[in-house]
Design a protein around this ligand. Structure first.
Ligand code: PLP
Length: 435
């Protein structure tokens, strides 16, 4: 018989002992993630990736040069102010004072964090209490739901509905039903998460639509978390309006922005929350006790880039406007390509995504694994059979609305011409097979 001190016996015991450490309740059921799943399947370089919102166009050269300059300065390779590098919060305050037409204090009204994601996270952690209800407009950027759940709150969904009964040609066809929205508000409603320009539909909420939301927020004393990461990406005939600028909304709104989306540098992962001091100070508490600070050279470079564009905000060459002009051409090309296969894309008024109903193609998906929504199966089939990737729309919906959106998939069009050329070849060949 082996003694207790026998190392071989200890080894045997440890192996048979059940491992007691499981996941926390906070993250129970949150393990599946569309980006993890579809980034993996689209990793093959032979696949034309129009899935994830990842620009393959070059960021502006001055943005890259500013980063090289920042990295060359020793002091900019060390920690900076935790709530935002001084030069960056100053630049952000100047840009947004101009946009919002009000004073924005760089030290108290802004928090710089890790991307739009970081801004959403610190906002939800700081302001949403266990048991609160948070309204989420469907379809939604997928992390809203798990973030709300991790805070112990309840997501309450309200869908955008197609006012043309399935025959949508434009993102503006997707609207909130005023009565349905009003009925979702109650005494437990702590916040509504708004996203304009909208991912994935590309809807740019109009002043009237924002006013309807604002009126309800004020009536029910509700906060508004306004995700505006695509704020500069609006196409001809549309205007991005910040809900924080409507009367009575500044005090109750956190507005979220992203360097990744503003300068086509998604890998920089810098974002910011802007709002009144009485709210931002709570987000700062989350940041000081979690991340503490964001990378200094990136913040310095972003600040310098913002100064360049701030000075030319009256000039059409300002990157804030020139990018959307460039993208408008790509949007129209993408729409044309999809039409050539017999599809009817929903033309976005903003952002860089386009959704399309693929059920009309009647593709035989019997070989694709079962138990998944139609759009998941379709995208998996398209990746394998056509070497083209997209993102299934039901990933952006709560459990009850998935069926309503599972006919749609989302394409990203912030892609260089050669990528769109490759997509064109695939779609044209596809068209020949259908014809
Ligand atoms: C609507 C929306 N919000 C937030 C984010 C996250 O932004 P970031 O990459 O800056 O974290 C994204 C990214 O795709 C997005 O589409």
């Amino acid at each position: 018989m082996r003694s207790e001190s026998d190392p071989q016996r200890r080894h045997v015991n440890r192996e048979t002992m059940p491992f007691k450490h499981k996941n926390t309740r906070r993250i129970e059921g949150l393990d599946s993630n569309v980006w993890v799943e579809f980034t993996k399947v689209a990793a093959d370089p032979s696949i034309v990736n129009l899935g994830q919102g990842l620009p393959d166009i070059s960021p502006p050269s001055y943005v890259k040069e500013e980063l090289a300059k920042a990295a060359a300065a020793d002091r900019l390779n060390q920690y900076t102010r935790g709530f935002g590098h001084p030069l960056l919060v100053k630049a952000l305050s100047q840009v947004y004072e101009r946009v919002c037409g009000r004073k924005i204090d760089p030290l108290t009204d802004i928090l710089v964090t890790v991307g739009g994601y970081g801004s959403l996270f610190s906002t939800v952690q700081a302001l949403i209490e266990e048991g609160d209800e948070v309204l989420i407009i469907e379809p939604f950027f997928d992390c809203y739901e798990p973030m709300v759940k991790m805070a112990g709150a309840k997501p309450v969904f309200i869908p955008l509905r197609n006012k043309n009964d399935g025959n949508s040609a434009s993102s503006a066809d997707w609207v909130l039903d005023p009565t349905e929205l009003a009925n979702k508000f109650n005494s437990k409603t702590k916040a509504i998460i708004l996203n304009t320009p909208h991912n994935p539909i590309g809807k740019v909420f109009t002043r009237e639509e924002l006013q309807m939301i604002a009126d309800l927020c004020i009536k029910h004393d509700t906060l508004c978390i306004s995700d505006e990461v695509y704020e500069w990406l609006v196409y001809k005939g549309n205007k991005h309006i910040k809900i924080a600028t409507l009367p009575g909304m500044w005090e109750r709104t956190i507005t979220i922005g992203s360097a990744g989306k503003t300068y086509s540098v998604t890998g920089w992962k810098l974002g910011w929350s802007i709002g009144p001091q009485h709210l931002i100070k709570h987000l700062q508490v989350v940041q000081q006790n979690t991340l503490y600070t964001c990378p200094t050279p990136l913040q310095e470079a972003l600040a310098q880039a913002f100064w360049i564009d701030y000075k030319r905000m009256d000039d059409p060459d300002c990157y804030f406007y020139s990018l959307s002009r460039e993208l408008e051409g790509k949007r129209d090309r993408m729409a044309q390509l999809l039409r050539e296969v017999g599809l009817k894309p929903v033309i976005p008024d903003g952002g860089y995504f386009m959704i399309v109903d693929v059920s009309t193609l009647n593709v035989d998906l019997s070989d694709v694994e079962e138990n998944q929504p139609y759009d998941y199966k379709f995208v998996k089939w398209m990746i394998t059979s056509k070497k083209l990737s997209a993102i299934p729309l039901s990933a952006f919906c709560g459990p009850e609305t998935k069926v309503q959106f599972e006919k749609y998939i989302r394409f990203c069009f912030i892609k260089k011409d050669s990528t769109l050329d490759a997509a064109e070849v695939i779609l044209k060949n596809w068209n020949k097979q259908i014809a």
